[in-house]
Design a protein around this ligand. Structure first.
Ligand code: GLC
Length: 423
């Protein structure tokens, strides 16, 4: 108990550091739904359960059991609504296109949307999602109760449009049963370079049954932009970042088809014990427990050399939904009580601050208290901030991928990326 309290305090301090706010956890959110009080004795027909309204939740495929578990828990918690999860691709760019097509047509097909932090602002600006300030106020919810970075990503023109589904940050996972204690300490401190990491990946590859030194996301998609954000130390050194990333791609320590690796290929390799190092998001921690052939006991996490990219997904209500109340009720549940399920069952970082100090969350998700995780939280960086983010991101990934695959010269790639960043 003492230990849990100690860890709770430590996590609160880390969180205060991250967000620059030192407030104590706010009181729990009110219960998700309360059935209207009956004023008269119910007749036989009134006693029959009313037909539930279906709420459609458009959310990306989840490699962990968490999304299904949170939907099931909500459906079991009340009698007014049944949430149906429309399981979409978890390629962020492709999912954006899919939802955009539906929104542009003014469709009410989806009631609640899951949106990547990099495009939620665009959806708010275009008027596709409904502001939630009044709903939050009516339910006694405050912006400060949620992950600060996630809330900012869904705030447009001084209005709040979103609540966090889950915040994300890039992490280096490594096999502490293979890496020396000295190297492990260096990694956890964050005081190492990509050249150091490459040398370690080459050195340890093949040990402990591994076939690869390191896996990461270098496919032509949004994940490559996240990885390059880290290699360029938050876009402060575009040329150096590209060169270091190409060296890693060309190294025998990474798989020959690394240019086709997204998060899925990455976690498949790491959780099955095939790689010593993997760059991935917090959900991979949960996957080691749910689907891994290695155990969490042989894994540690570290910050990335140039900082850890902030990512994450947000929940918002389709402005054209005909079920605004039910959409809000579900979204509020997922973003408050549901955060415990997301963290315990999926290894996600809670977006509802009070869950950071929840004993069940801390007990089930040991990663949150690990020094390497805390160091990563303290060194987060962001993708380019742009009013036309998807164009910027497309230009960056196209130039970077062409350079990494040997189809573009370094100077041309640097110029293209620099121009995209200035746009
Ligand atoms: C994760 C992040 C998201 C990012 C994506 C890239 O889902 O949460 O922000 O865009 O990975 O693949």
């Amino acid at each position: 108990m003492k230990k849990i309290l100690g860890i709770s305090l430590m996590l609160m301090m880390v969180f205060a550091l991250l967000t620059g706010c030192a407030t104590a956890p706010a009181p729990a959110a009110p219960a998700a739904t309360e059935a209207p009080a009956a004023t008269e004795a119910p007749t036989a027909t009134e006693q029959m359960p009313a037909e539930r309204t279906v709420i459609k939740f458009a959310a990306q495929a989840d490699s962990t059991p968490a999304t299904q578990a949170v939907v099931d828990a909500y459906n079991a918690s009340q009698e007014l609504y049944t949430v149906e999860w429309i399981d979409m691709t978890n390629d962020s760019g492709a999912m954006r296109e899919q939802i955009l097509t539906s929104m542009q047509a003014g469709s009410s097909d989806y009631d609640v949307l899951s949106m990547d932090v990099v495009w939620a602002g665009e959806f708010a600006a275009a008027g596709y999602i409904a502001p939630i300030d009044q709903l939050m106020q009516a339910d006694g919810l405050k912006i400060s109760q949620f992950n600060a970075g996630s809330m900012t990503a869904g705030n447009y023109s001084a209005k709040q449009y979103t609540l966090p589904f889950f915040p994300d940050l890039g992490l280096l996972y490594f096999r502490k049963d293979i890496v020396s204690t000295e190297d492990a300490a260096k990694l956890v401190s964050g005081d190492y370079t990509y050249a150091d990491l490459q040398a370690m990946a080459e050195k340890y590859m093949g040990q402990g049954g591994t076939t690869d030194g390191i896996v990461f996301q270098a496919k032509l998609y949004e994940g490559l932009v996240c990885n390059l954000t880290e290699y360029t130390a938050g876009w402060t050194d575009v040329e150096g970042g590209l060169v270091a990333l190409k060296a890693m791609v060309d190294s025998p320590a990474s798989p020959v088809d690394i240019l086709n690796y997204s998060e899925g290929e990455t976690h498949n390799s790491f959780i099955k014990g095939a790689s010593v190092f993997a760059r991935n998001w917090p959900y991979q921690w949960g996957m080691i427990a749910s689907d891994g052939t290695i155990s969490q006991d042989v894994v540690d996490v570290a910050p990335l050399p140039g900082g850890s990219t902030v990512g994450g997904w947000l929940l918002g209500i389709n402005k054209n939904s005909v079920n605004q109340e039910g959409a809000w009720d579900f979204m509020k549940f997922v973003a408050t009580q549901g955060q415990k399920i997301m963290s315990v069952q999926g290894g996600y970082l809670p977006g509802y601050n009070e869950m950071l100090t929840d004993a069940d969350v801390i007990a089930a998700n040991a990663m949150l208290s690990m020094p390497g995780f805390q160091n990563a939280l303290a060194s987060t960086i962001s993708r380019p901030v742009s009013a036309h983010y998807s164009e910027t991101s497309d230009a960056i990934m196209n130039a970077a991928h062409a350079y990494l695959s040997g189809e573009m010269e370094l100077t041309a790639a640097v110029d293209a990326i620099t121009a995209a960043l200035a746009n």
